[in-house]
Design a protein around this ligand. Structure first.
Ligand code: F6P
Length: 546
């Protein structure tokens, strides 16, 4: 079954939303809370260890109803059926999209081309389990008989960002293995890293779904060369190099032992692959059982998304809110602020997830789109971000819907620190909503023993308009399981938004052109001869070559 294809702007719901937007766009959030004392609980969801409060958004019950109408009118329920049934919803690449199968419990059936992929996943998980146990316990020895101490993940994009983000996020749960990540083609990056390793105790995990990515192959070749020099030959490579890929032939051609290949399938998109063997470095770092907990958490969110009424469905509602700001308020970006230092790579990880998926300008009929799609996402942990860019969110000219992620409990249990951190988490959303009126500013300045002149001059700069929308996710504690839920929630939101915008979220043709041009230019650099370009590129190249 094909995904439904409906231009969202031509729906009844969209038109109704446009009219409704004119009526509500200047609505004061503060007033909405005053007029409905239950707003906070009406516009929030309690689910397992998550409390999601979306009441500080510029919406009312009509907005919610119309957004849900839009979801139905564009065929979200049917699209979800196709998604979960393993249909070929990545039509431009002719693939199913089944990262949910990677975390489906054993015994479940999801078939693609007549094969139960849950069984295939289980086999690879067994392989991950066996291998990680050997490395962690020290049974897997390096070429001189020493146990492995350092894991080096070589990959880029989805073969790097997910593993890095999760490894960092779950640092508290990790074992003795030190995990490193090499991604950039920048030779300084790989050489700087190699300086840190001892070949006798280092395991390289080369991750590339295609095994054709220039960065990963170049870095893997450099690492292998370094290793062979240190080890005095290539016999020991099999003890120190494993690969994760869907391209077994290319991995074997590269010189990695076929027994050391952890397979991947074409129905797993790179940016959704951390749940597969792409997460091997995560499993090595926290052990298989906790890796499995991460998957279990994601599965819980899959079930929530699949089975919960849209009214209470976290990915559906938050996805629709993004559409609301993107397409009606014309918000240019969205900020994501985890009040948790461990989650410092979450925004970078989601930049790939969200922007590579939904940064599309052609709809599912192949027609150019004349409305906004993919949101721009950015962020840094709180409270650091408060001392960096929050000024612009508070008083700048742009509307930036901001998402706050906080945890009730800290990991080390330092209550004093945690209370201070969370006081900021709560205070910021209040400040962004309430702002500070001129009267409040004047009253405050009057207390300060200033002249009326000084007060009048300073007052306008201290006024905060407020009415800045925020959503708060309050989660019990950062654990492998809750993190799995959180990440899966964003994955499903990407799907929801892609369906509403009538785009294909699971291809990424836009990244190809740059790769092709770089390969042509590399030939010119190798030949030291600049071909015909625009005068800017020609000058730059000549400058580089001279
Ligand atoms: O260039 C973009 C991309 O294809 C991403 O989608 C992907 O995650 C990344 O490159 C790495 O690809 P691979 O795992 O095949 O090396």
């Amino acid at each position: 079954m094909k995904l439904p294809s409906q231009n969202p702007t031509k729906t009844k719901a969209w038109k109704a939303l446009q009219e409704h937007f004119s009526a509500i766009k200047n609505q004061s959030l503060k007033d909405l809370f005053v007029s409905d004392s239950k707003r906070g609980s009406e516009l929030s969801i309690k689910w397992e260890d998550f409390y999601v409060d979306y009441s500080k958004n510029i919406i009312d019950t009509t907005t919610k109803r119309l957004l849900l109408d839009l979801a139905k009118e564009v065929g979200l329920p049917q699209a979800m059926e196709s998604y979960f049934a393993g249909e070929t919803i990545n039509a431009t690449e002719g693939r199913a999209v089944q990262h949910v199968a990677l975390r489906a419990p054993k015994g479940k059936t999801i078939t693609i081309d007549g094969v139960n992929i849950v069984d295939e996943v289980a086999q690879v998980k067994e392989k991950i389990k066996g291998f990680t146990e050997k490395v962690i316990s020290g049974t897997h020895k390096g070429y001189t008989g020493k146990a492995i101490t350092d894991i080096v993940n070589i990959g880029i994009g989805g073969s790097d960002l997910g593993p890095v983000m999760i490894t960092e996020a779950l640092e508290h749960y990790k074992n003795h293995l030190k995990v490193h990540f090499i991604s950039n083609i920048d030779g300084d990056h790989v050489h700087q890293n190699l300086k840190k390793f001892d070949a006798e105790t280092t395991l390289f995990v080369v991750v590339s779904k295609s095994f054709g990515t220039q960065e990963t192959l170049s870095n893997a070749i450099t690492a292998r060369k370094w290793f062979v020099e240190k080890a005095g030959g290539s016999e020991a490579v099999s003890k120190h190099f494993v690969a994760v890929s869907s391209n077994v032939q290319k991995v074997t051609d590269f010189g990695i032992d076929p027994n050391n290949i952890f397979p991947l399938w074409d129905w797993v998109g790179g940016r959704f692959s951390l749940w597969s063997a792409v997460g091997l470095s995560v499993a090595l770092s926290i052990g298989f059982e906790q890796f499995d907990e991460l998957l279990a958490g994601a599965h819980d969110m899959d079930e929530h998304f699949k089975n919960t009424d849209f009214e209470e469905n976290i990915p559906v509602l938050l996805g629709l809110l993004s559409v609301w700001y993107n397409n009606f308020f014309e918000a240019e970006t969205e900020a994501l602020i985890p009040f948790n230092q461990y989650l410092h790579r979450l925004p970078a990880y989601l930049q790939q997830g969200i922007m590579e998926s939904n940064g599309k300008g052609v709809d599912r009929n192949g027609d150019t789109i004349d409305y906004q799609t993919g949101t721009i996402i950015w962020g840094e942990p709180g409270t650091n971000s408060q001392h960096a860019f929050f000024q612009l969110i508070h008083q700048g000219t742009k509307i930036i819907p901001t998402e706050f992620i906080g945890f009730k409990k800290s990991l080390f249990g330092d209550k004093e620190h945690h209370d201070k951190l969370m006081a900021n988490y709560f205070a910021q959303t209040e400040a962004l909503m309430n702002g500070k009126t001129q009267e409040e500013v004047l009253a405050e300045l009057k207390e300060k023993n200033m002249s009326q002149d000084q007060i009048d001059t300073l007052a306008p700069f201290k006024v905060f308009k407020g009415n800045r929308p925020t959503t708060s996710l309050l989660i019990e504690k950062l654990t492998p399981k809750s993190l799995g839920k959180l990440v899966a929630m964003y994955e499903h939101r990407i799907f929801v938004q892609g369906i509403v915008w009538n785009i294909y979220s699971y291809d990424q043709w836009g990244v190809e052109l740059g790769k092709q041009l770089a390969s042509n230019i590399l030939s010119e650099i190798d030949a030291n001869k600049v071909a015909e370009h625009d005068s800017s590129t020609t000058n730059l190249l000549n400058e580089f070559l001279n």
